[in-house]
Design a protein around this ligand. Structure first.
Ligand SMILES: *Cc1c(COP(=O)(O)O)cnc(C)c1O
Length: 297
C-alpha cells in the first residue's frame, strides 16, 4: 500500500510553471490528503479497537477512506449523517455507494453533527475509535509531517529557497498542519466549505496558540458541492493544460480562486493534489443535472 513519497508533475499555465504534488497517485483507497490524515491510524497498532465511528456528509471523501480503513482492520464502521433518505441509499453513487459496499452502516440523524460529536465522545467505549468530521484532529499531523518532509526535500533538490504551496480546504486540517510543519514556506488555501471566517475558526480549533496559520485566499462566491458553470470552465482549462484528472468538488473552487490571485504570488508554486477522484461520478451527475446543455452531444 503506497501512502507516501508521491511524485511531483508540472505543467504550463499562462507562461507559468505549476508543480503538482501527486498525492492522487497514492493508494486509491486512501488517495490524496486522506492517506496523510489517516497515516497514523494505518500504521499504529490499535489492538483494543473493533469499531470505528465517524460522522459527516454522505458523499465525503474521508467517509470512503474510513470505510477502507475499517475493512482493512476488520472493524465495524458506523457513520452518522444528517442527509440521507432510503431513496438516496438505493441510488447511491460515488463515495456513498463505495462505502456501503465496504460494509459501512449509515445512520441518519436529525441531531446537529457538532452536538452529536460531543455526545459520541463522552460516551465512547474502549473498543471504539471516534474520528471527527473530515478527520479534523491532532492525529492528522503525523501524516502531514511526512508530506511536509517530502516537500522540503523536493524544494531543496530544485534549489528553491522560496515556495508557495496551495491546496483547497474543507476542514482546513491539511493546510493548517502543513503550514505548521513548513514554516519556511507560505501555504495558501481557500475556503471551499463555509466562509473564510469559518475556516479561520477551524484552524484555531486545531491549535488556538499556533504562531503561524495558512494564508486564506477568500472564496466569497462558491458554495460547497454546488455546480457553477464558470467553475466547470476553470476545471476544463485545468484539465486541458495539465492532462491530470482533478477532483470536481474542491479543485474547481481551489483552481479558480488560485488563478484569480496568481499574479500576486511570485514564488514557485506547488499545488497539492488532494485526491478525491472516487467522488467525481456523483459530482458529475450534479453538473449534468444542472447544465444538461453542456453535456448534450
Ligand atoms: C478532503 C479533501 C480536501 C480538504 O481537506 P481538509 O484537510 O479537510 O481541508 C481537499 N481536497 C480533496 C480532494 C479532499 O478530498
Amino acid at each position: 500500500m503506497l501512502i507516501n513519497n508521491s511524485p511531483v508533475s508540472q505543467f504550463q499555465f499562462n507562461q507559468r510553471t505549476i508543480y503538482v504534488k501527486r498525492d492522487d497517485l497514492l493508494d486509491p483507497n486512501f488517495s490524496g490528503n486522506k492517506a496523510r490524515k489517516l497515516a497514523y491510524f494505518l500504521t499504529q497498532p490499535s489492538a483494543d479497537i473493533d469499531t470505528l465511528i465517524s460522522y459527516g456528509g454522505n458523499q465525503s471523501n474521508l467517509m470512503y477512506s474510513l470505510s477502507c480503513l475499517a475493512k482493512l482492520k476488520n472493524w465495524q464502521f458506523i457513520y452518522y449523517t444528517n442527509q440521507i433518505s432510503s431513496q438516496a441509499q438505493l441510488n447511491a453513487a460515488g463515495n456513498l455507494a463505495a462505502s456501503l459496499a465496504n460494509g459501512m452502516q449509515i445512520i441518519p440523524t436529525k441531531t446537529k453533527l457538532n452536538l452529536l460529536a460531543q455526545d459520541l465522545a463522552t460516551n465512547l467505549a474502549s473498543n471504539q475509535l471516534l474520528i471527527q468530521q473530515g478527520g479534523a484532529q491532532s492525529e492528522a499531523e503525523f501524516g502531514i509531517q511526512q508530506l511536509a518532509a517530502e516537500i522540503r526535500q523536493w524544494a531543496a533538490q530544485q534549489n528553491f529557497a522560496q515556495l508557495a504551496i496551495f491546496l483547497p480546504s474543507g476542514t482546513g486540517t491539511s493546510a493548517f498542519y502543513l503550514q505548521k510543519q513548513l514554516r519556511e514556506f507560505t501555504v495558501y488555501t481557500t475556503n471551499c466549505v463555509g466562509s473564510p471566517e469559518y475556516l479561520e475558526q477551524q484552524f484555531q480549533q486545531l491549535d488556538p496558540h499556533a504562531k503561524i496559520y495558512p494564508t486564506i485566499l477568500p472564496n466569497l462566491n462558491y458554495r460547497f458541492a454546488t455546480p457553477y458553470q464558470e467553475l466547470l470552465t476553470a476545471y476544463q482549462q485545468l484539465s486541458d493544460s495539465s492532462q491530470i484528472e482533478f477532483d470536481l468538488v474542491y479543485d474547481p473552487i481551489g483552481w479558480k480562486i488560485l488563478s484569480n490571485n496568481l499574479t500576486q504570488i511570485s514564488a514557485p508554486l506547488l499545488y497539492i493534489h488532494c485526491g478525491g477522484l472516487i467522488g467525481n461520478s456523483s459530482m458529475l451527475r450534479r453538473y449534468q443535472y444542472a447544465f444538461p446543455e453542456l453535456f448534450a452531444h
